[in-house]
Design a protein around this ligand. Structure first.
Ligand SMILES: *Cc1c(COP(=O)(O)O)cnc(C)c1O
Length: 462
């Protein structure tokens, strides 16, 4: 399998190269040159099988000859061994015809672990074999950074530096970044906000001398390997509810469009999905796109579901590429308009194709809180605010309840303040991390200054 850029101007790469590169050199995102197909018999055969076996079967066609079958099975086993649930991504019933897919049983209690744990093992395997070493630098508003630190802690071929805005992440998020003890992971508390962290990250990648000197690599949500890991649980959950003999719909709390794009990939591969429902909070660029046919940036308004507070959904470019018949020139034009003029209108054909696959909805702050409360009352479930956005939007689609699966993207204990404000109950951490608040923290506070940050990274690599 080869990977091509959505902008059509960068060389095609193997899976391994696309994974290690991240963003394409023409500014585009890598996508597979075709969608592998699974037959109804193959899908039916997933019923009752362990998560790892389904993961192998679903991802194998994308990986090409980057790993042997035996290597790839080992990578998958190691990736999910640390999950706190034997099913890895279990399904729980909320109401008749409505189910929650729990994606928060990994080490940092959010769905980012599902992809990051796998990517950690894949990077390690691929780098060790070629004798290379890379430095991963990331910027986080909370969930991605902690998932990356947990995934790469203790690996041999990678150093990890995560910049987060000092004083602006939740205590649980901070402790998940500052309490791992492995010497190759570093939490950097930057004196600035999340945009400052992201801007310094971009500066580092644009400084080509620095980039080459430290072997800079990224694992942000545009990395194809992350999307791929997320395709698996659409299969395991749909099959548990009767696919391929019965259709299912999914509602996905959406920020960067990575998770719901994985659902679209599952559908392209042959999984009979009825509707894919995009659920946004008040930062609703995607919902507005579905309604108006215009994709237009607005400022970000902070919400109680902070992992979905985005202005631009970077993975949406991958979908545009498909609905514009994979014409890189058309995508380049749209993306130039997005950065230059702040938006663009989709063609009528593109709008029709978008609406044929996707439905959308949004939840305000009040609706999110009310849904947390109502879900506790109706089903005795405490849900995180991101999941509540999904439940609220799913409830507005009764005709798509064939059944409906809403993705539960984080554990409620990761966002205890919002949950307590809505219900009066403070959610407990799972027993395996109940001592998080007693563990020693290790972090370095640094100014919002490129030279200081680069010096720290250069001096603290192994
Ligand atoms: C990242 C995240 C999301 C949004 O996922 P995307 O793939 O960016 O659309 C939703 N909920 C939680 C808890 C997250 O961490």
């Amino acid at each position: 399998m080869r990977y091509i850029s959505t902008r059509g101007q960068a060389p095609a790469l193997s899976f391994e190269e696309a994974m290690l590169t991240g963003l394409a050199r023409d500014g585009g995102l890598y996508v597979p040159e075709s969608w592998p197909q699974l037959s109804a018999e193959q899908i039916a055969d997933f019923a009752g099988r362990p998560y790892e076996e389904v993961a192998f079967a679903v991802m194998r066609p994308f990986v090409g000859d980057t790993f042997s079958d035996e290597e790839f099975r080992g990578i998958i086993q190691r990736a999910y061994a640390g999950f706190g649930h034997a099913a890895r991504c279990p399904l729980k019933q909320l109401e008749p015809g409505h189910f929650l897919l729990e994606l928060f049983h990994g080490p940092t209690l959010a769905f980012k672990d599902v992809a990051m744990q796998l990517i950690g093992q894949m990077f390690e395997h691929s780098l060790k074999r070629s004798g290379r070493r890379v430095t991963i630098v990331g910027a986080t508003s909370g969930d991605t950074g902690s998932a990356a630190i947990e995934a790469f802690a203790g690996l041999d071929a990678v150093d990890v530096f995560i910049m987060y805005p000092h004083g602006r992440v939740s205590e649980v998020q901070r402790r998940q970044m500052t309490t791992p003890t492995a010497p190759n992971v570093h939490a950097l508390a930057v004196e600035g906000d999340f945009d400052d962290c992201q801007a310094r990250l971009k500066d580092m990648f644009n400084d080509h001398d620095f980039r080459d000197a430290v072997g800079l690599a990224g694992v942000n949500s545009i990395n194809w390997a992350r999307v791929l890991a997320q395709v698996v649980y659409f299969f395991t959950s749909a099959v548990a509810l009767g696919a391929p003999h019965r259709k299912v719909s999914f509602t996905v709390p959406t920020g960067n469009f990575g998770d719901i794009f994985a659902g679209y990939v599952a559908k392209r591969m042959g999984l009979p999905i009825d509707r894919l429902v995009i659920a946004t909070n008040q930062n609703d660029i995607l919902h507005r796109t579905l309604v108006t046919g215009r994709h237009e940036k607005e400022g970000v308004t902070p919400s109680i579901s902070p992992s979905m507070d985005i202005q631009v959904s970077s993975n949406f470019e991958r979908l545009l590429f498909d609905i514009y018949d994979r014409e890189g020139a058309a995508i380049t034009q749209l993306m130039t308009a997005l950065s230059g003029e702040g938006g663009f209108a989709l063609s009528q054909g593109a709008v029709d194709r978008l609406r044929a696959e996707f439905t959308s909805g949004r939840a305000s702050e009040e609706e999110t809180s009310a849904t947390i409360k109502a879900t506790l009352a109706a089903s005795a479930e405490l849900v995180c605010p991101h999941t509540a956005v999904g439940i609220k939007v799913a409830d507005e689609q009764p005709e798509s309840r064939v059944p409906m699966i809403t993705l539960a993207t984080a554990h409620p204990a990761k966002f205890p303040d919002a949950v307590e404000a809505a219900t009066g109950l403070r959610p407990d951490l799972p027993p395996r991390m109940a001592d998080l608040f007693e563990r020693d923290e290790r972090l370095t506070r640094l100014p919002n200054d490129l030279a200081a940050l680069q010096a720290f990274v250069a001096q603290n690599r192994a």
